[in-house]
Design a protein around this ligand. Structure first.
Ligand code: GCW
Length: 664
């Protein structure tokens, strides 16, 4: 059945004319489990695409696909390319060796060969011919990691695709085939790490029992180049170590973590390291003992260093009271610590300064920590973007932040150019289609492709995904890519246009609630963010307000200070403006807001129309489910628009502008 389980690795037969030049055998020059995984995938993939059996062989006869290390065996003539491939890079070429025409997948390491094998399959799946293959690529970012917010009881924080993939109860004995398929999907897009458990971590995940379970998953993932990491609860020495403190400066605490790291590495020799959420949202951390984030991170880093592990220390902090502006705290806490972290610490910064909103400006820590390796954290799961029911392609969101110019070292200091790792909060669960909807699979896919190359173009990724997921037929690809292209902007328009943020319902974050004002902490309330009054709307972050703009490099701050030079899409993030403020379009701010809400609704209707037009091109199971979800989205886009406008009108007492509302 077409239930989406195969993701983008469908391998349905290519059209007959594309099958002319078919591969005759797969020859692996090596015996590692990674080389085997690559050969198995090719045998499955080529077999499916060419509707034939492509067997493994030892002899590379004419028409064989050969996997070999650069400079060796059939890849001997490619030696000169070695230095350009580095670690994990690959080359796929059609070359003639002793009169035999071969397809050679070559790399300096087996991981590169694995990635090259998937790249060859992708080449074919996206409608290209075997004879024309000529691929070469290497990752631009070293750590490409999925963060699972999975709890040990099987629930997933902010997960909208069913229970956790990991069956902790049955592990380590029951090794579900699904774990292998998860690893294949990740390897196909270059993801090389997985943090198994929620950052709101249970200390139990570090007990011997759970280490054995994690080790079983690590064994399954290893052939696919995926390292396992764990979220570490900072107070674990108290909870499972029976110490009276977790103070990072206490030698007993440091010794406990060293012993714990030794224990983990005995079970998982290539363990990746720890992800830590500390002194944030009620989680324990070094600040409980009057120590800094650097003290905490460095203590853990010292325990991992002898084994080659890293600490990914999150900068998502808003612990102490910050009634003035929550957006400022991460910078205030971390900027002074630049240069004080151990070599194996990476500071993991969310894409924006608040929390995975439909749109945020880039986080001011990018560019402000020149002596600290940074990771960027995106949310793939759509906590603030309509969960699994709204079609929102995140490629443009990733692209917007990665291309943002921090100006930290002059023009061209992009976020993409300064990151050592990319983490994505996973959107997978036990649903048959993994992600709760077919189009959500595209966000997992796009995350991996961006982590490989943060300078990618979101439209090209959408087209690749569409071809692999549906069919490499231009009529399908064009239409699907068109739907995806503006879907995120549409969600911004009907939820939080012109730089508004955090207007979602309390706790669940689904649906509009801009009127909420009485929650215990000021920065939990939507009114804290929009600041709408009879006179105007928006959060003043200029010198007359919270001064958050000063956290950006001077040329950026300069531009943001003035509403006229602030990007329109971020206008109300940085400025409180009168309802009659004149927009470049000639509309008043109020009129412009209404235009955006309408535009968002209209886009959803257009997506529905596009999808309906694809009915004869898509199998009924995937077609019907997506159609139903678009129905929900169309209803809820209107809910967002109408509830938001009704609320703004109750505040500004303005009538709906005449003539700007599109027909319903
Ligand atoms: O986005 C918010 C979520 C929390 C989450 C937190 C974080 C894991 O609402 O559920 O907790 O961010 O990123 O730590």
């Amino acid at each position: 059945a077409e239930d989406g389980y195969d993701l983008w690795l469908r391998y349905r037969p290519l059209p007959a004319q594309a099958r002319a030049n078919r591969p005759v055998a797969i020859v692996a020059r090596g015996t590692s489990s990674m080389m085997q995984a690559a050969a198995d995938e090719l045998s499955r993939g080529l077999g499916g695409l060419f509707a034939t059996t492509v067997a493994r062989a030892d002899h590379a006869g004419d028409g064989a696909v050969v996997l070999a290390r650069i400079g060796h065996d059939e890849a001997a003539s490619l030696r000169a390319l070695g230095p350009r491939l580095g670690d994990e890079g690959y080359v796929v070429r059609r070359i003639t060796v002793a009169g035999r025409a071969l397809i050679v997948v070559a790399a300096n390491d087996d991981r590169g060969i694995l990635y090259g094998s998937f790249a060859l399959l992708r080449w074919l799946q996206t409608g290209h011919t075997l004879g024309a293959v000529a691929l070469m690529s290497r990752p631009k970012v070293k750590l490409r990691v999925l963060d699972h917010w999975d709890n040990l009881n099987g629930s997933v924080e902010r997960g909208y695709a069913g229970q956790s993939l990991w069956d902790w109860w049955m592990l380590p004995d029951v090794r579900e085939p699904r774990y292998v398929d998860y690893a294949r999907a990740n390897a196909s897009i270059g993801i090389n790490g997985a943090v198994l458990n929620n950052v709101n971590a249970s200390a139990s995940s570090l007990t011997q029992r759970y280490i054995r379970k994690a080790a079983a998953l690590a064994d399954i993932f290893r052939p696919y180049g995926i390292k396992v990491y764990l979220s570490a609860r900072f107070s674990a020495p108290i909870e499972i170590g029976h110490l009276s403190t977790a103070d990072p400066n206490d030698p007993q605490v440091a010794a406990w973590w060293r012993a714990k790291a030794d224990e983990i590495y005995a079970a998982i020799p290539d363990f990746g390291g720890f992800l830590v959420k500390a002194s944030s949202e009620g989680q324990p951390g070094p600040q409980d003992y009057g120590r800094s984030h650097a003290d905490g991170a460095n203590m853990l880093a010292a325990a991992l260093a002898p084994h080659g592990g890293v600490v990914m220390w999150r900068a998502f902090v808003y612990a102490h009271d910050n009634p003035e502006d929550r957006a400022k705290q991460a910078y205030d806490d971390f900027h002074p610590l630049d240069g004080r972290f151990a070599d194996n610490v990476l500071v993991q910064v969310k894409n924006g300064p608040i929390d995975f909103q439909p749109r945020e400006p880039f986080h001011p820590l990018f560019g402000a920590m020149p002596h600290t390796p940074l990771m960027i954290e995106f949310q793939i799961t759509k906590e603030y973007l309509g969960f699994a029911s709204h079609l929102v392609y995140l490629g443009p969101l990733f692209e917007e932040t990665l291309r943002a110019d921090t100006m930290a070292k002059g023009a061209g200091s992009t976020v993409a150019g300064m990151i050592s790792g990319m983490a994505g909060v996973a959107n997978v669960g036990r649903d048959r289609d993994w992600t709760g909807s077919i189009f959500n699979q595209a966000n997992w896919y796009a995350f991996g492709r961006y982590a490989w190359d943060p300078t990618s173009a979101s439209d090209a990724i959408a087209r690749e995904w569409a071809a692999m997921t549906f069919a490499p037929d231009p009529a399908v690809v064009d239409r699907v890519a068109r739907m995806m292209a503006g879907s995120r902007e549409a969600a911004v328009d009907y939820m939080t246009p012109l730089g508004l943020a955090h207007l979602m319902g309390t706790d669940h974050h689904y649906g509009p609630a801009p009127w909420v004002s009485a929650l215990a902490r000021p920065e939990w309330n939507p009114v804290y963010y929009h600041r709408a009054t009879a006179d105007g709307i928006g959060f003043d972050r200029t010198a007359s307000g919270s001064k958050a703009i000063a956290q950006y490099a001077p040329p950026v701050a300069q531009r943001l200070r003035d509403p006229a030079t602030t990007p329109e899409r971020e206008l109300l993030w940085f400025h409180h403006l009168r309802w009659d403020y004149r927009m470049p379009s000639g509309h008043s701010l109020w009129e412009e807001l209404v235009v955006h809400y309408d535009r968002g609704v209209a886009y959803v209707d257009q997506m529905r129309g596009d999808w309906t037009a694809l009915k004869s091109n898509i199998d009924s199971e995937r077609f019907e489910k997506t159609a139903a979800l678009l129905g929900i989205q169309s209803r809820e886009a209107r809910w967002w628009r109408d509830a938001s406008l009704a609320y703004w009108m109750s505040v500004n007492h303005l009538p709906l502008p005449p003539g700007v509302r599109a027909p319903a």
